[in-house]
Design a protein around this ligand. Structure first.
Ligand code: FEO
Length: 409
């Protein structure tokens, strides 16, 4: 455990974890750290905690700097247990602390740490908090990398506390990147690719949030603290999250009974076009199969959809799917969709066909395993005519594929 002074009355109180920790399907070969920060002001404030495994050790260590009952606020930027986990040991000791977090974090923290009776202060984007001698500014950064995430900026210290963002997975003994003795850029980029890039669309929100802030130090919750070349590291996030030069194409093929699946197809097309991706739509019952297959050959992503009738697909779609199974479609993204009234079997039959191809077929399971996103669903299943929440669902799925196509990495 370290406690290092970053500014007057501002301390790093983290845990260095040298184990090769399993994390997001990776083994952290260089270990990691869990950086928390204590601002010992008139209203003493803790920003984030450490991994649950080190909670008791953390509380003992923190107690060397402050009696936990004196903590006035505990800011939780991100609820994942490698940062909020210390609350399991700390909540019962820091009995006077108000928990500061975003709205979506409240329910999660209450459930995770049995804090149903604790006082919470919900902050919104741009809110400030006077902690007696210093001022904290909060910016919401949803989906970087989970819904409830926010970043905290100390106005007087000019220090940004972004939790996971701008982190490195290194169990560093030298606290600052400029003391590492080597260029940490590869570790910084490796972390970005593993944790942040799947959510790169939201990095633009972050970059906008940072505009106008005089950031002199970035104190993340894993690895090195950055105090030199701040703009270089922010610029790397901006560059790595940018869209590729775009010549991508999507082919959408459907059959429909009452135009509901057609509406899904058209909404998919609209979302791709809003992302400046060319999307071509075919009704398999009205177009030549040869034209459809030629378009699919040229496409980077293929969406296939049908209404369900008598628990099966309708029209000519199966003839197209039989041909797809015989084609070399390597490197393309595949996805199934459809509107249905009862069970939507056709959508699952299409998914089975797609799984027989050598496309990268999207599934909800794969999305969760690779990105942690629970709001993106594949196949895209829409009950009756798509509206409201279902249009949003289509949008999430199309945007996810657009992001894969436009990904700069
Ligand atoms: Fe470092 Fe999302 O936890």
């Amino acid at each position: 455990m370290n406690h290092i002074t970053l500014a007057e009355n501002t301390y790093l109180v983290g845990k260095n974890d040298t184990r090769e920790v399993p994390f997001h399907r990776l083994i952290l070969a260089k270990g990691t750290t869990y950086n928390a920060y204590l601002l010992k002001t008139e209203k003493p404030t803790l920003i984030d905690t450490v991994d649950m495994e080190f909670g008791r050790e953390f509380v003992e260590h923190l107690s060397e700097l402050i009696d936990p009952t004196e903590l006035h606020y505990i800011v939780i930027n991100h609820t994942e247990p490698d940062h909020s986990g210390g609350m399991a040991a700390l909540a019962g000791r820091a009995t006077n602390a108000i928990i500061v977090c975003t709205e979506p974090a409240v329910g999660e923290l209450k459930e995770m740490y049995k804090m149903h009776n604790r006082e919470f202060l919900v902050v919104k984007d741009g809110d400030t908090l006077d902690i007696g001698g210093k001022t904290l500014l909060f910016k919401e950064t949803p989906y970087l990398h989970t819904e409830e995430t926010m970043i905290t900026y100390c106005v007087e210290d000019k220090i940004l506390f972004p939790c996971d963002i701008f982190s490195t997975h290194v169990a560093n003994t030298e606290i600052f990147a400029d003391q590492a003795g080597f260029d940490i850029t590869d570790d910084f980029i490796g972390y970005y690719n593993a944790i942040i890039h799947p959510h790169r669309r939201y990095v633009r929100t972050l970059i906008n949030a940072l505009e106008g802030l005089d950031v002199q130090m970035i104190a993340p919750s894993h690895g090195y603290i950055l105090r030199d070349e701040i703009q270089k590291y922010i610029g790397l996030y901006a560059t790595m999250s940018a869209d590729n030069v775009n010549d991508k194409k999507v082919t959408i093929v459907y059959t429909t009974i009452r135009s509901n699946t057609k509406k899904v197809a058209n909404h998919l097309q609209r979302i791709f076009e809003e992302n400046n991706i060319q999307a071509t739509v075919f009704n398999a019952d009205k177009c030549e199969k040869s034209d459809i297959l030629a378009s699919i050959k040229e496409a980077d992503a293929v969406f296939i959809g049908s209404s369900t009738k008598y628990a099966d697909m309708i029209g000519n779609l199966e003839e197209v799917l039989k041909d797809l199974v015989e084609m070399d479609l390597e490197g393309k993204i595949g996805a199934a969709f459809g509107s249905y009234g009862w069970s939507g079997e056709a959508i699952e039959v299409i998914q089975d066909y797609l799984m027989q191809t050598n496309m990268n077929v999207q599934s909800t399971s794969h999305v969760i395993k690779t990105t942690g996103m629970t709001h993106v669903e594949f196949p895209v299943r829409v009950r009756f005519s798509p509206k409201d929440e279902q249009l949003k669902k289509i949008e999430h799925s199309a945007t996810f594929v657009a992001d894969l196509l436009l990904s700069a990495v």
